[in-house]
Ligand binder design. Sequence first.
Ligand SMILES: C[S@@+](CC[C@H](N)C(=O)[O-])C[C@H]1O[C@@H](n2cnc3c(N)ncnc32)[C@H](O)[C@@H]1O
Length: 140
Amino acid sequence: MQADLRDPGLILERAAGLLDFGQPVAVMPIAVLHLIQDSEDPWGIVARLMDAVPPGSYLAISHPALDVHHAQPTIQKVYNANVSTPQTLRTRDEVARFFTGLDLVEPGLVQVHQWRPDPDDFAPEGVFSNHGAVGRKPGA
Ligand SMILES: C[S@@+](CC[C@H](N)C(=O)[O-])C[C@H]1O[C@@H](n2cnc3c(N)ncnc32)[C@H](O)[C@@H]1O
């Protein structure tokens, strides 16, 4: 389906016709929450989606980082001065807030290339780092 993430009610309504909400569901806002500004309450959007799915469901997030490389705040400023859709890079603590009430699966909230890497994976730590984690809704 096509829908605006800022309208979680519509997403849930349409998803209910496609998915069995009696079974665990994977909610995967990958590389998209930085396009939702703080004033649009991305944490509330994610909480609304996770409230609607059954226990045992998972939340997987990859989110561009603000606090891994010293150049990231400047990059954000320059980028946002030149685009119509601003991006909001976030700190590790801000990304952790998306997982409130969920159990993080190992290895927790890390740079995405540190999340269960294969031994010969490329490790691109630096300006374009992303925070990433998978959380499980408890209670199942
Ligand atoms: C960096 S891409 C990531 C796409 C995909 N999740 C992936 O990992 O390959 C960001 C995507 O978010 C979409 N997007 C931006 N704002 C959105 C919104 N408010 N609701 C839904 N999608 C949005 C863009 O159109 C784009 O396809």
